[in-house]
Every structure is written in C-alpha cells, then in structure tokens.
Design a protein around this ligand. Structure first.
Ligand code: KIV
Length: 293
C-alpha cells in the first residue's frame, strides 16, 4: 500500500524486547541501558535511543535519599515504573525486584514479579544473585516473565559485602561468578548485569554466555552497558562523589543550581515575572471595583 504521510513508525523504532537483546548480541550490536525513575527523564532517554531503561532499586538512593537500596519496597518500584512505562515508545522497561521481595519463597517471587508487570507495566524484571536464584528465574520465565540476572557486586547484599568493591579477582571467586552466570543463562535469563566485575573476567563471561552481559564497572568487553542516570548526567551537588566507573557526560547539577539561583534572584529583585509572563485585562474592570479599603 502506498504510504502518503503515514504515521507508521519505522522499523528501527519498534519496541525493544527481551528477545531483541539476544538478537543484538548475535549481531554484535552493543546494548545501551540507563536507569530511569520518572516520566520526563524516561521521555528524554527514549527519544535519545537508549535500548533499555531500568527502574532500579538505586531509586532508594538517588530519588529517596537512603544510604543503600535495602529500604526500597515493591510499592516504591511500582510507583516509579508506571511513569517510565508511560513515557517510553521504544525502550524495554525492566523493573527491579527489591531486597527480600523474591528470596523468601518461590510464591513470593511470582506474586511480586506479577505486581511489577501487571501494576507497574514493566516488560521484564531484574533480580540479584547467582545459582541461589536460578530456580526462581526458571519459574518466572516459565510463567512468562522475562528476567534479567545481576551478579558481581549485588547492592542488596551490601550489608554482607561491607563496601562497594570489585568482585571476582581471585581464582575461586572468578570461577564462582562464571558458574553463577552460566546458571542464570541455563535458568532462562535473557541477560545478566555484571556489576563491579574485573574487566578480564567480565570479558570471559561475555564470551562464554549466549545471552548478553550488561556491564556497570565491568569494562568494555561486555555486550552492553548500564549506568545510573544521575552519575552520567552529573545530577548532584557540585563536588559530590562520582563512582570510578561513571563518566559525567553533562553537568546537570551545575545547570540546575545556576538556573534556580537566577530564578530566586529574579523573584527577589522583582525582575520575574514581567508582563511577558502575566495575563492582562481591561483595567477599567478593576477600577470599577472601587477603593481597596
Ligand atoms: O538499581 C540499579 O540501578 C541497578 C544498576 C546499578 C544495575 O541495579
């Protein structure tokens, strides 16, 4: 059929799915992911062409001001997933199962993943852990929920790790991570986040797996990369800590500070608002109201 001004979206704009992640690995296309927690940011990231948006439980730190991801609840993740889903036309939206929301029992994991998908609108879920969660991943995938794994430094276990350190540096730890990665693939995960994994090991895991690895602080050999949006945008107070694995591609914190300082100064000085931001009317109407007293 001839297309005269059709609004059909070109095929490169079709929704990215869990299955597309695997195809992208096969084709050698690097996968881009970023966290997102609100409508406007997700709108921009989707327009910029990011392949996947993660409503990560990092929201506890960057959106709610907690020190770790541990206090984040399932309701928090659902609350932030809805606007991200509403904003996206192309990116795959993955939502995190938070701390202790999938480890108590298989039923708990199924019920909570179903809430992320049904109430939040997530198109996939992510959970942390290796062989210990493989059975849960298998059950979720069998039930029709695409699952992304997450190994290496798993922030929900920060109380056990005691700090954010590179993982898998000695032979035993490296073998364990490789075995965990294989177990996630065998369980049906469509991808696996490698967080703070030494680059050569992340490279080996990426070679061995058929599903894509998505690195954060895991070097360039991963099949894709993910970052926390605030880290790459410099969305923080100037001089704040920047993780070594992040690069600031912008300085949104500086931009916001100077814009808001200019707004405050404008209001205080009476230079904002002006007639340009105000609505006029026939002043005789006001005069006809009589004296203010
Ligand atoms: O919660 C999160 O943002 C994450 C990424 C760091 C991968 O899990």
């Amino acid at each position: 059929m001839a297309d005269s001004g059709s609004t059909a979206r070109p095929s490169h704009d079709a929704r990215v799915t869990a299955a597309s992640f695997r195809r992208m690995k096969t084709r050698g296309e690097r996968i881009t992911m970023l966290t997102a927690y609100d409508y406007r940011s997700a709108l921009l990231f989707d327009a910029a062409g990011v392949d996947g948006l993660l409503v990560g439980d990092s929201l506890g730190m960057v959106m709610h001001g907690h020190e770790t991801t541990v206090p984040v609840t399932l309701d928090d993740v659902i609350h932030h997933t809805r606007p991200v889903v509403r904003a996206t036309q192309r990116a795959l939206v993955v939502a995190d199962l938070p701390f202790m929301s999938y480890t108590t029992s298989r039923e708990q994991a199924m019920t909570n993943a179903a809430r992320l998908v049904q109430e939040g609108g997530a198109q996939a879920v992510k959970l942390e852990g290796g062989r210990a969660v493989a059975g849960t991943i298998d059950a979720l995938v069998t039930a029709g929920v695409p699952v992304m794994g997450h190994i290496g430094l798993t922030p929900q276990a920060i109380l056990r790790f005691g700090g954010y350190r590179i993982q898998g540096r000695d032979k035993v730890a490296a073998q364990m991570l490789l075995d965990d990665a294989r177990a996630l693939e065998d369980a049906g995960a469509f991808g696996v986040v490698l967080e703070l994994v030494a680059a050569p090991l992340a490279g080996r895991i990426s070679e061995v797996l058929k599903i894509p690895t998505i690195g954060i602080g895991a070097g360039e050999a991963c099949d894709g990369q993910i970052q926390v949006m605030h880290d790459i945008l410099g969305y923080d107070l100037p001089g704040s800590f920047v993780p070594r694995h992040a690069k600031q591609f912008a300085n949104v914190g500086d931009t916001i500070l100077s814009a808001v300082k200019a707004y405050v100064a404008g209001v205080r000085a009476g230079t904002f608002p002006t007639n340009a931001q105000s609505v006029m009317m026939d002043e005789s109407v006001v005069k006809a109201l009589g004296d203010p007293g």
